[in-house]
Design a protein around this ligand. Structure first.
Ligand code: NAI
Length: 296
């Protein structure tokens, strides 16, 4: 498909976990050929199951016909080696959030992809600039931060480094629009736009709670009913996972030194105590039978 100056037809997706499988689905749904790369056959099986499950749910909800689902799945092929990406016009890396792993992949990609291929990382908090320098052509490296779940969320942050070629940013933004999503462009700073603003707010809510300024219910009610947010900040933190939220805040604070992002002390205490939110059954709220607030 022609978007800007570049023609994007085949998209490589490295890592078919939560995000990668969703990203592969989005591209295949919009007519692109997709090559999904995983570490081994087991990873491919899980990625394929994720894709099949997600598209089957879309069929059930009437968002996709069975015929469209078959066509979509037929556009996705799989590989256990980066050499499967030789024809890719764009590669989206969505492996674990580890700088070392991502840098190795961007270094290895140089030998296998076309010189014209654009290389993108879906990192949430690592430096796109640092990842890009592992590749011999950092000018073709850009961040594409899809939101979770990728097939549903209509928004992608396109992250430019100081050396990303402007045409790469333009073409990737145009490509994002062909997926029916809104691209926004920003510089390379941990958290990008949405998480920088969101996590400062969430952290402030934790401090209010920690300082016994208001109850968890009243803090959440103020933002839901007063500001029209779909969830209150403490309930949202329980959904994100307090360990994940803590790590994101720590990274943003280390990079930006903005006090807004210095994690509220109680967050660390709750993580240490195993209160991780919904996934562990208890965070600010309890998701087991008996609910009791955290004692502060
Ligand atoms: P995940 O842990 O669900 O999936 C990662 C996948 O990468 C696994 O299936 C793993 O087998 C595979 N993998 C690891 N090393 C690999 C390699 N060398 N080659 C090929 N595959 C490899 O992780 P998740 O949540 O999908 O996150 C992926 C990236 O997306 C991270 O950078 C994360 O920060 C970012 N992200 C995550 C969001 C979320 O809500 N989970 C939201 C937006 C971005």
């Amino acid at each position: 498909m022609s978007t800007g100056t570049r023609e994007f037809k085949t998209i490589g997706v490295i890592g078919l976990g939560t995000m990668g499988a969703g990203i592969a689905e989005v591209f295949a749904r919009h007519g692109y050929d997709v090559v999904g790369v995983e570490v081994d056959e087991d990873g491919i099986t899980k990625g394929r199951q994720h894709l099949e499950g997600s598209t089957a749910r879309a069929v059930k909800r009437g968002k996709l016909t069975e015929e469209e689902q078959t066509e979509l799945l037929g556009r996705v092929s799989f590989a256990t080696s980066l050499s499967g990406l030789a024809d890719a016009d764009l590669v989206v890396e969505a492996v674990v959030e580890s700088l070392a792993v991502k840098k190795q992949i961007f270094a290895d990609l140089e030998a296998v992809v076309k010189p014209t291929a654009v290389l993108a990382t879906n990192t949430s908090s690592l430096s796109v600039t640092e990842i890009s320098t592992a590749n011999a052509s950092p000018g073709r490296v850009v961040g594409v931060h899809f939101f979770n779940p990728a097939p549903v969320q209509g928004f992608v942050e396109v992250v430019r480094t100081v050396v990303t070629e402007p045409s790469v940013v333009e073409d990737v933004s145009a490509l994002v629009r062909t997926l029916g999503k809104n691209p926004v462009v920003c510089g390379d700073k941990a958290g990008f736009i949405a998480n920088t603003l969101l996590f400062g707010y969430l952290n402030h809510a934790v401090s209010m709670y920690e300082n016994r300024y208001a109850s968890r219910e009243d803090i959440d009610a103020a933002m839901r009913f007063g500001c029209g947010y779909p969830m209150g900040p403490l309930a949202l933190l329980d959904l994100i996972g307090l360990d994940t939220a803590y790590e994101i805040l720590e990274t943003m604070y280390r990079q930006g030194r903005d006090r807004l992002h210095a994690p509220a002390p109680i967050l660390k205490q709750m993580v240490t105590a195993g209160l991780l939110g919904r996934k562990s059954g208890r965070g600010f709220y309890s998701y087991e039978a008996a609910d009791s607030p955290v004692v502060v």
